[in-house]
Design a protein around this ligand. Structure first.
Ligand SMILES: [Zn+2]
Length: 290
């Protein structure tokens, strides 16, 4: 069943502009992907002021030091059983990541990232490497405006397109004034050396370590974005415990390049940190306009 056959264009347009992307009677996707993720985003519904602090905190701290991982007894299949705080990882019906191949509604949707260069602050939270972003970078999506908190990496990509992983994805994590999260995913394909990414590759801590400013380096997150920010869009969750839902997901339809050596360098640090693909459970998946 295709959503495009069921949903009036006007409704689709409205959904594409704002509000949760959900629809009844949708199909389930099979678990195409596998591979182990780390959202590293602060929890939603957090008290005011928590967001700024949380971008410096390890996600492990979400559940009082509870350990989780990407394989074995603390791997993704067990996250929902590790703690009542992680329940949504098992019971949630709007979980991420998802396969983007089923996006059949052309949404004419694009976002505008106004990212600015600033100091490079990097950390390794034990699940991913992350750059914290100073105030001043924003993402406009429909009628919503979010500020950029941090960017982190997964190898391979968590998102798949027709079941295929890209070798790496960057997740730009944003928050709005009300504490709602928006993530912009940018897929990497193997190709040319990426000079901006290289600043992160060179500074990435090989082991768990708190945030440190890299002296003498200016990092411009805008330089990690494709020229045209057409996006897939859907409503999802953090891809790491506690798998909090209500996250507005955007994934750029166009990948950006990174060299094999750069991707290998990030993978050597973070390992396989992609959560398996989650079922759509009837959610709308809006494809980006070309
Ligand atoms: Zn992520």
């Amino acid at each position: 069943m295709k959503f495009s056959a069921m949903i009036p264009v006007a409704l689709v347009a409205a959904l594409a502009m704002s509000g949760p992307l959900s629809a009844s009677g949708g199909q389930h996707l099979s678990r195409a992907g596998r591979a182990p993720a780390a959202e590293a985003a602060p929890e939603r519904h957090a008290p005011a002021g928590h967001a700024a602090a949380a971008q410096h905190a390890s996600p492990v701290q979400h559940a009082a030091g509870l350990h989780w991982s990407y394989d074995g007894q603390t791997g993704p299949d067990h996250w929902g059983e590790l703690s009542s705080d992680f329940r949504l990882c098992k019971t949630g019906r709007m979980q991420s990541p998802v396969d983007l191949g089923g996006a059949e509604i052309p949404g004419k949707f694009s976002v505008k990232a106004t990212y600015r260069p600033g100091p490079l602050t990097v950390l390794n939270n034990g699940h991913t490497v992350q750059a914290n972003i100073a105030e001043g970078s924003t993402l406009s999506s429909g009628i919503s405006r979010y500020k950029l908190l941090q960017v982190h990496f997964h190898t391979p990509s968590e998102e798949t397109i027709y079941g295929i992983h890209y070798p790496m994805v960057a997740h730009f994590v944003h928050i709005d004034y009300a504490g709602n999260y928006a993530v912009l995913g940018v897929l990497f394909e193997e190709g040319a050396h990426n000079p901006e990414l290289d600043k992160l590759v060179k500074a990435a801590p090989p082991h768990e370590r708190g945030p440190e400013v890299v002296s003498g380096v200016t990092f411009d997150p805008a330089k990690l974005l494709p020229a045209n920010l057409s996006v897939y869009r859907y409503e999802g969750s953090l891809t790491t415990p506690p798998c909090t839902e209500g996250v507005h997901w955007h994934v750029a339809t166009r990948p950006v390049p990174a060299s094999a050596a750069q991707i290998a360098a990030i993978h050597a640090i973070v390992g396989d940190n992609a959560r398996p693909i989650q079922p759509l459970h009837g959610r709308l998946l809006v494809a980006g306009a070309e």
